[in-house]
Write a protein that binds this ligand. Structure first.
Ligand code: TXA
Ligand code: MG
Length: 318
């Protein structure tokens, strides 16, 4: 079983030996390995059971180090980096040769991010290589937002989980790439589009497609619980007579249903709190002796857009 602890040096030793360590970030926990070492990167794919066509995010702790891994940081990318790093933003930038093709699944851009978590920043500062880290969950399942979540699913496959407590934001980073110079959202996430547009003006949003995914994280079936999961507006929410149903709701209960089968993402209607609770509540409901989960949309603004995106993917609808 994995050791769960806060010892940066121990984490560093495992990583130097090309082993994998789960790391906390402000978004979700990552399954980290030396991004410059093919063997370590390969074992990330194997441990997650992740198809090799789904590229990884490279994490570092400074723009200075980043310059070793990317060949260009365009003006808009630079503005975003300056404003939002360390933070829940991933940029797709042209890669330098030092980044193995395995990391980028053969693409000529590499996804990079400076995460905002004190333990992980300290670890990155102590390393002389960057960390490739996808979310630390088996491919297709809900991302982990605590060391315990990681331990439940990957604990018997990795030696160390660096415990940084619950992830503050709780939803993966927003991914921005540049398509013909136009800043484009590849994945909605923990940094709201409104905040990004305040800095660089209007951005394009790539439409999700499971048939031709530019970013395979856009596959509809991502982030899914194992229980049947249905998403609808509140007034269309079914109350079936057979079996037990659980309800994942935004800010108030359904009066006609026993409260023990309902979870409120944010009783005060706060989208940040809702994002923080989303994956933990989905996991919790998924482990209950119930037959299905119903969820409702949250308000479609700020982090609500990313929450609705994850709910849609969990329900596998467009
Ligand atoms: O918040 C996060 O981003 C977390 C933490 C650990 O940093 N990481 C994360 O990684 O969510 P992952 O592997 O679960 O999702 C990364 C997404 C995938 O959907 C992948 O397809 C996309 O990033 N991606 C990576 N490199 C890409 C590239 N060069 N072009 C397009 N999409 C890319
Ligand atoms: Mg993931």
């Amino acid at each position: 079983m994995a050791i769960i602890g806060k010892d940066i040096n121990q984490a560093k030793e495992f990583l130097r030996k090309k082993q994998l360590v789960a790391i906390p970030t402000e978004t979700v926990y990552g399954l980290a390995g030396n991004a410059l070492d093919e063997k370590a990167v390969l074992s990330i794919f194997e441990t997650k059971n992740r198809p090799s066509f789904d590229p990884l995010i490279v994490h570092t702790d400074s723009l200075q180090k980043l310059e070793k891994y990317v060949s260009e940081i365009q003006q808009q990318a630079y503005l975003l980096a300056e404003n939002f790093w360390p933070g829940p933003l991933t940029l797709l930038l042209p890669k330098k040769e030092i980044i193995p093709d395995l990391v980028t699944s053969g693409l000529d851009t590499v996804a990079v991010r400076i995460p905002n978590h004190p333990l992980t920043l300290e670890l990155l500062a102590a390393l002389d290589f960057p960390l490739a880290a996808p979310s630390a969950n088996p491919f297709g399942y809900i991302s982990p937002t605590s060391a315990q979540h990681v331990n439940q699913q990957l604990g018997d496959q990795i030696p160390y989980i660096l415990d940084g407590g619950e992830c503050g934001i709780g939803i993966e980073s927003t991914i921005i790439g540049f398509v013909d110079q136009i800043p484009t959202v590849y994945r909605l996430g923990g940094l709201a589009i409104e905040d990004i547009e305040n800095v660089i003006g209007e951005v394009a949003i790539m439409s999700h497609s499971s048939s031709n995914p530019k970013a395979p994280g856009m596959l509809k079936s991502h982030y899914a619980p194992r229980k049947p999961f249905f998403l609808s507006e509140r007034n269309n929410m079914p109350q079936p007579e057979n079996g037990l149903s659980a309800y994942l709701l935004f800010d108030h209960f359904i009066e006609s249903i026993d409260k023990k089968y309902q979870r409120l993402l944010s009783p005060s209607g706060n989208l940040k709190e809702a994002a923080h609770n989303l994956f933990a509540y989905l996991r919790e409901l998924d482990s209950q002796p119930i037959d299905r989960i119903f969820a409702e949309f949250v308000p479609d603004k700020d982090l609500g857009k990313a929450i609705n995106d994850r709910l849609k993917r969990a329900a596998a609808i467009d």
